[in-house]
Every structure is written in structure tokens, then in C-alpha cells.
Design a protein. Structure first.
Length: 135
């Protein structure tokens, strides 16, 4: 009886492990590749004319003044499939580190994307969500 009981336990454990593995595999295969979707694109802030983010070769932050152009050149570095950092490219003050802007993609629906800007500066300000249109 005890050997039969142990075999049944082992089979149940294997079944649970297989179920967990399949669940994780399915969730990973359904993940959206935000990096591939957003790289090379310009994101215009909802409610603005030109304000937004350029994730193109000439990356940077764009002000809301025409003509639409990058006002703060940055480098873009993807940290994961859904998180990227924009790092100030040109040193403006010799004694200060470059400004950084950390973003997490919260959702993507057609040409609309919601990014959460994660606060990286001094003081303790909350993270903020912003909607953009992809062009």
C-alpha cells in the first residue's frame, strides 16, 4: 500500500508541475513585444500638438512648440520588453549626472499607448501615467 501511495503522490506532483509549466509558457507566449512595436516610432502626448517622446534614431523628449522636434536629445535603452530608460545625451552641467527618464509600458491598443513614467529624481513624487498616440 505505501509504495502504491507514493507512486500516486509522485504522479500528482508531476501533473501539478506540468500544469504550472504550461501556465507560465502560455502567459509568456502571449506577451506583447513592446520594444519591437515602439522602437523607431514617435509618441505624441494626448492633448498636445508636438509634445512627446521620439524613440527613433534621433531619440529624445519633444516640447509642445512647432515645428515638432527633439528638444532634449537622449539615448534609449530597453531594460526589458516593457521598460525603457531615456538618458540625456549631451552633458549640460559638468558636475551633474545626466537626466534620466524611466518608462514602463502599461498598455498598447492600436496606435494608443499608456506609459507610466517612474520617478527617478530627488524628493518623492508619485509615478505618473500618460497616454500617447504612436506615429
Amino acid at each position: 500500500k505505501s509504495i502504491k501511495f507514493q507512486i500516486v503522490l509522485v504522479l500528482k506532483m508531476e501533473k501539478k508541475i506540468l500544469g504550472i509549466f504550461l501556465l507560465l509558457t502560455c502567459s509568456l507566449t502571449n506577451a506583447t513585444d513592446y520594444k519591437a512595436t515602439l522602437s523607431g516610432k514617435t509618441l505624441y502626448m494626448k492633448g498636445g500638438n508636438c509634445a512627446g517622446l521620439s524613440l527613433t534614431k534621433n531619440a529624445g523628449l519633444m516640447g509642445n512648440e512647432a515645428p515638432c522636434k527633439v528638444d532634449l536629445p537622449t539615448k534609449v535603452r530597453w531594460l526589458s520588453n516593457d521598460m525603457f530608460i531615456m538618458i540625456e545625451k549631451n552633458q549640460t552641467v559638468e558636475t551633474s549626472p545626466p537626466r534620466t527618464y524611466l518608462y514602463k509600458v502599461k498598455s498598447l491598443n492600436g496606435n494608443q499607448v499608456i506609459l507610466s513614467e517612474i520617478w527617478t529624481g530627488w524628493n518623492s513624487f508619485p509615478d505618473s501615467d500618460q497616454q500617447y498616440t504612436i506615429k
